[in-house]
Design a protein around this ligand. Structure first.
Ligand code: DAH
Length: 339
């Protein structure tokens, strides 16, 4: 039995020398020292030994088991160190190599200008409202005092989904939706996408953006309209920006006006950006028509209000001196990165 134990010791020592990976090492441990291993099966035969021999063999077996366990542990440590060294060599990082700069996106000029707008109006106590782009004829036209066959419809030719369902041609239907759902005082802006069946060219796009504004309360006058819009333009273009109101016609406001700002490139002398006029048309506005108030269940004898509608594209184009509206929609990074 002694010899058998010595034999195991020698074989393990031998095999250990050649074990070159952790798996082989583990197999070796199980084969010789595991529960069903060779050393254990030798120990199981101890019952046949004489009383004198038993403690001697027992001590030897323990000694050899401890010795081999220790050897295997040492080999394991060695193999782990080797593995780590190999990894360190293979995965070396050259910190002097130039890095890869990630492409960081930026806000579209529309988003930037719209954000500025929102900030100005939220500062004045307005809320931001949003509504559907697929609208009924009623909200887009009729409730806004544009009956069927009214000539004002000609300027807003649109895409029809069904006879009475259109892609909205303006954000003005939001005036009606808000007034139907909220009692005065009302102060909202409603930015969004609108559609017209215009052929696309340098200044027209069948899809574009507007920002609607609406204020309704007791005692609202044209002075409130002028003060609010003038203050908005000054926040956008600077304190010394000049504005003028020009009479105009919109079916849903009475009286109506268009607001021009003195060209911020030439200051009024006339240049390429303002097409020689010195003034740039920025928005349509007016006092909410009593019929529109009544259509929404608001008594025009008690309440009055003003509204305005701004074309976002036009503002951004003029702000940055961009002369082709199509550039906005092409997603060309060379163009977009300039803002
Ligand atoms: N909705 C008009 C358009 O698209 C713009 C407009 C004009 C909106 C006057 C208004 C307004 O709210 O009062 O041409």
């Amino acid at each position: 039995m002694k010899e058998k134990l010595q034999q195991i010791k020698v074989s393990v020592e031998d095999l250990l020398k050649n074990a070159s990976d952790l798996e082989t090492l583990e197999d070796l441990r199980i084969k010789y020292l595991g529960k069903k291993g060779e050393l254990t099966s030798v120990l199981k035969g101890m019952g046949q030994l004489s009383a004198e021999e038993r403690p001697v063999i027992g001590a030897l077996a323990n000694e050899i088991r401890d010795f081999l366990n220790n050897e295997i542990d040492m080999k394991k440590t060695e193999l782990l160190a080797e593995l780590q060294n190999k990894q360190l060599k293979e995965e070396v990082i050259d910190v002097t190599m130039p890095g890869k700069t990630p492409d960081i996106g930026s806000l579209h000029p529309f988003t930037k200008t719209l954000n500025e707008f929102k900030e100005i109006f939220i500062g004045l106590g307005f809320e931001v409202a949003e509504g559907p782009e697929v609208e009924t004829d009623y909200y887009n036209f009729e409730a806004l005092n544009i009956p069927k066959n009214h000539p004002a419809r000609d300027t807003q030719d649109t895409f029809y989904i069904e006879d009475n369902i259109v892609l909205r041609t303006q954000t003005s239907p939001m005036q009606v939706r808000v007034m139907e759902n909220k009692k005065p005082p009302i102060r909202i802006i409603a930015p969004g996408i609108v559609y017209r069946s215009d052929a696309s060219d340098a200044t027209h796009s069948p899809v574009f953006h507007q920002i609607e504004g609406l204020v309704v309360d007791k005692g609202i006058t044209m002075a409130d309209l002028k003060g609010t819009l003038e203050s908005c333009m000054k926040s956008l273009y600077g304190e010394d920006c000049k504005v003028r109101f020009r009479p105009h016609h919109f079916p849903f406001t009475e009286p109506s006006a268009e607001l021009d700002v003195a060209c911020f490139v030439c200051g009024g002398e006339g240049c390429r950006i303002c097409k020689g006029e010195g003034w740039i048309e920025v928005l349509g506005c007016g006092m909410v028509h009593p019929k529109v108030l009544a259509n929404c269940g608001i008594d025009p004898e008690v309440y009055s209000g003003f509204a305005f509608g701004i074309g976002l594209e036009r503002m951004v184009m003029r702000k940055y001196g961009i002369d082709d509206i199509r550039l906005f929609y092409e997603n060309d990074l060379k163009f977009l990165k300039q803002f």
